[in-house]
Design a protein around this ligand. Structure first.
Ligand SMILES: C[S@@+](CC[C@H](N)C(=O)[O-])C[C@H]1O[C@@H](n2cnc3c(N)ncnc32)[C@H](O)[C@@H]1O
Length: 282
């Protein structure tokens, strides 16, 4: 299957430099840095290997937008941005030098200060290594934790509340394995309710990477933690993203999370500050 080009200002900068230098051929990534192709500069724009011409005006439009990625459809750029009727929030894909993040009403879904969404994902996964067996990922987002877990696990079940988030993920080249990898099963719904469908001790690992506490308090509740404990196999491990432990709210939320996890039956509940979360065992 061929994918449309997905570009941000990071990919358009070398194109504009090539035009200024009078360079005829230039390498550009059509998928936010994953691969490169050679394009030809013409007076009207750049010509991609598939014959598509992207006009200089379109390239300048993309280049002037720091916080957005664009999909090229019929040679025209369209901002990757959608309004969710479901949550009344605006979702968009924001470029970084590595994997993009998703902005939800302007708030990045991954850590980007001093790190990038891909390194952020590796830190989360590292806390519950080896990631083996049957894995539950309670909050799909762009699918990065599910994709990384699926590299070593037998199977990953990932749950997303908002279909709009998945529409953004579908356009993200870094999320492709979420849709292509048969090791991953996607479910749509509220993890709080859906967890009841899983049998006792179904999962060997759980990755719980919910929205901030103030946006999804029920995913930080003792009742939900008791369900996480019930579906986790004996000897299984949980990673729970909480947020910056050094921020004022992060510190107190972390203490409450750890207390409720212990009350729900988890043992060896410990902070993992590099991953902005905690781990716990059953
Ligand atoms: C921090 S992001 C997850 C990032 C993801 N782990 C990744 O690697 O890209 C949180 C996601 O959870 C979704 N979400 C919010 N409430 C949810 C719920 N109750 N059940 C399942 N997903 C939920 C949000 O729409 C958002 O996409």
């Amino acid at each position: 299957m061929t994918h449309p080009a997905i570009l941000s200002h990071i990919q358009t900068q070398p194109l504009l430099r090539a035009r200024a230098a009078g360079q005829h051929r230039v390498e550009v990534s059509p998928d936010l840095g994953l691969t490169t192709v050679e394009v030809v500069t013409e007076s009207a724009g750049v010509r991609f290997p598939n014959g598509e011409l992207l006009r200089w005006e379109a390239i300048e439009e993309i280049n002037s937008s720091e916080n957005n990625c664009f999909v090229i459809e019929d040679s025209e750029p369209r901002k990757i941005q959608l309004f969710s009727e479901f949550t009344n929030r605006l979702y968009s894909l924001m470029p970084t030098r590595a994997a993009p993040t998703m902005l939800v009403s302007g708030i990045p879904m991954h850590r980007i200060k001093g790190t990038d969404p891909y390194r952020d994902t590796l830190e989360k996964i590292k806390t519950v290594k080896p990631v083996v067996g049957y894995v539950l990922d309670t909050a799909t987002g762009l699918g990065y934790t599910a994709i990384e877990a699926a590299k070593t696990a037998d199977h990953v079940v990932t749950i997303e509340l908002d279909p709009t988030a998945l529409e953004i993920a579908r356009l993200n080249p870094w999320s492709r394995a979420l849709f292509d990898n048969p090791t991953i099963t996607q479910r749509i719904g509220d993890s709080y309710d859906m967890i009841e469908e899983f049998g006792d001790q179904t999962f060997t690992r759980i990755i719980h990477d919910p929205p901030a506490f103030r946006l999804a308090g029920h995913l930080y509740s003792g009742k939900f933690y008791a369900e996480l404990h019930r579906v986790l196999r004996r000897g299984g491990r949980l990673f729970h993203y909480v947020g910056n432990p050094e921020s004022k709210s992060g510190g107190s939320i972390t203490r409450g999370v750890m207390r409720r996890l212990r009350e729900a039956g988890f043992s060896r509940v410990a902070r993992r500050p590099r991953a902005f979360g905690v781990v716990a065992f059953r």
